[in-house]
Write a protein of this length. Sequence first.
Length: 303
Amino acid sequence: MTSRIPLPPSLGTEFTTHEATARGVREGRLRGRDLSRPFHGIRVAAPARSATDRARAYQRRMPVAGFFCGVTAAQILRIPLPIRWDSLPELHVGMPSPLRALRSTGTIGHKLQVGTGDLGEWRGLRVTSAARTWCDLATSLDLEDLVAAGDHIVHHKHPLASIADLREATARHPGRRGRALLIEALELIVDNADSPPESIVRVTVVKAGIRGLVANQPIVDARGYTFAWADLCFPAHRVIFEYQGDYHRTEILRWRRDRTRIARLAAAGWHVIEIAADELTDRRMLLQLIRDSLELFPARHPV
């Protein structure tokens, strides 16, 4: 088997066919199986699997005025989204009004009004800002997922924007779809939520009018020693809710630590209720689980 002709190092990982031919690469080499073709006129030296990979490839042919927006911008910025959006094949690409929206295979074009601070760059990719992206997501997300996205954006350990930035971005677009949802979500966003499941459970409880939920509660043993922190708990009921993702089962060391931790919580008088992905996607099921758990363990201890 003959070896493939090496590509010029100056091409990099993603390149256009025009750039390649300008450097002497022949058409036959561009059809090699080692090169993926995510978009017309684009070649990538490795499979473009993630949205960020595809965006990096598409930007090689995107107009200078173009930018990634909506779901694609959120994926690039690593803003949490519902799992069902992980496999969306199309990229959302914006053009500033009055320019026309792009039309090309593998993309969904948008013509958007953009103002100062609405656009930026993230690791070499042109995207809407975190605050503008959050506003755009209001047309697609429900309240719980929108708050989870906002909590991530303003988290005090890795802020992409501030709550003030989100408020300003919302105010700049008074006529946009989803504005009522944005205003409602703004009042629920906090800067210390450690995960999207925590945000979703918190908002579900608040919407249902259930009182007594405490986030990031230190748990102490009989000697007064703090040995755990509860993301979400009802101290009066001695009930803790914890999300158990699939990684808890596949990572054996993590699973063992979880078992030990739950045993210690039980010894300290706490009831741990595990929440799985099914409850997060079915909010009625989640709310019923919460209510049933609180009814099973009535409030007996002062908060």
